[in-house]
Design a protein. Sequence first.
Length: 110
Amino acid sequence: MPVSFSEPSFGGRKMSTTLVSIRGLSRPEVLAALFNAAECLDRRQVSMTVEQAEELFRTKWMFVELEGKRLNLVFYQGDFLDVYGYDKFNGGYGTAEKVINALRESKQAS
């Protein structure tokens, strides 16, 4: 279950955060799964492999938009991922968690 809370941000504004555990999953496979499930702004059909995601993680830990898809993901140190922005642009609260749970189930089945 995701954990939601607000934390102070710049200018005294509050920034909403929804943290989801990615324990037991690699960051590149989570990024690839969420990227592939995200809605494309320009209706192109673009996908990402785990290998491509690994390359991106060499220089980034936060992903706002990639290849026309709004991700708004923040990978924190440890086993948590902020999915608030992802959910906002890709189907609403719980969308990212469903994708992550499906990834977990597919890994357990294989």
